[in-house]
Design a protein around this ligand. Structure first.
Ligand SMILES: Nc1ncnc2c1ncn2[C@@H]1O[C@H](COP(=O)(O)OP(=O)(O)OP(=O)(O)O)[C@@H](O)[C@H]1O
Ligand SMILES: [Mg+2]
Length: 298
């Protein structure tokens, strides 16, 4: 199994369902970040719109401090862009949101990562269910070496959906959602690896949608694509925001500006600035943010 396949398989892997008491469900108040777009006076109704509420998250790779006191709140049906220079912890942070760092034995994590009001690192938290609800799309398109149909139905089948009519519906719905249906409807039973790079990436997004996630994590999803394929993915994301929450890492400042509602700027494992995208790109409060978005470093 190659690395790509392994990574993709994580999002649909079957693991025994833990039993016992549910994890703690409190969502403690969060310290306000510089430039944060959230209002001070948060109501319970506003809390219900939070999909992730992360408080003082710290991560170590052995003795290396990879994430430092990261606090961030992510609202439902929004697109959050994560920007920052190479090696500043963006992918590390993204992986903490569906516990993919668990696969690395020397990682230690502390702080609170609440998803839908529950601490995902709490005891007995159902990680399989988390990875179903928080899907991931990687930089390099990584379809399984199977047919288009089998790629999309892989996750639903693992989660117990076997009825052919139901699977046909899932395939059609998700391929339409990613605007790929017209291009592949006559080759559903042909190898996915025969599709172009841009088509493969849309297929990977469809595969992710097939298990009906709430959140889609995207780690530089268009960096391997040409401008036309990139534009297609960006247009698609705009529509996906109606049903899903998207957290996207990008090195493309124009892309962050075009597609996201909010932007977080990471530097050396810390969030230096976070706020609504327009403000971050027009009047950043931190000098480092300004230097980065204007291309003076990174
Ligand atoms: N599995 C790992 N083991 C040890 N250190 C790691 C591991 N993964 C990442 N790191 C370190 O953590 C830091 C952050 O890495 P990360 O991949 O999160 O950065 P990034 O912001 O995504 O960078 P890029 O933009 O290049 O993708 C880096 O110093 C990196 O070397
Ligand atoms: Mg990265």
């Amino acid at each position: 199994m190659n690395m790509n396949m392994g990574a993709a398989a994580v999002q649909t892997s079957t693991m025994p369902r833990p039993t016992g008491a549910p994890a703690a469900s409190q969502t403690p108040a969060m310290p306000r970040q510089a430039g944060a777009a959230f209002t001070e006076a948060k109501t319970e109704a506003a809390d219900a719109e939070l999909v992730f509420d992360i408080n003082k998250l710290n991560l170590h790779y052995g003795s290396f401090h990879g994430l430092k006191d990261v606090s961030i709140r992510i609202e439902r049906n929004k697109i959050m862009a994560l920007i920052g220079p190479s090696g500043c912890g963006k992918s590390t942070f993204l992986r903490t949101l569906n516990r993919m760092n668990d696969l690395i034995p020397y990682v230690s994590i502390d702080g609170l990562v609440c998803f839908d009001g529950k601490d995902i690192y709490g005891r007995n938290y159902d990680v399989t269910d988390l990875r179903k609800k928080v899907g991931m799309v990687f930089q390099k398109p990584n379809p399984f070496p199977k047919t288009v149909f089998d790629n999309i139905t892989y996750g639903p089948k693992i989660h117990g959906k076997k009825n052919r009519k139901q699977l046909d519906e899932i395939v059609e719905r998700t391929l339409k959602e990613v605007a790929l249906w017209d291009e592949v409807k006559d080759r559903l039973h042909k190898p996915a690896l025969g599709l172009s790079g841009g088509q493969q990436q849309r297929l990977c997004i469809a595969r992710c949608l097939a298990v009906e996630p709430e959140v889609i994590l995207m780690d530089e999803p268009t960096s391997a694509l040409d401008p036309v394929a990139t534009l297609k993915i960006e247009e698609l994301m705009d529509g996906l925001r109606e049903k899903y929450t998207i957290i996207i890492v990008t090195h493309n400042m124009q892309q962050a500006g075009r597609i996201s509602n909010e932007t977080a700027f990471f530097l050396h494992g810390e969030i230096v600035e976070i706020g609504d995208t327009e403000t971050i790109f027009s009047t950043p409060t931190n000098k480092k943010t300004e230097e980065y978005i204007t291309g003076r470093f990174g």
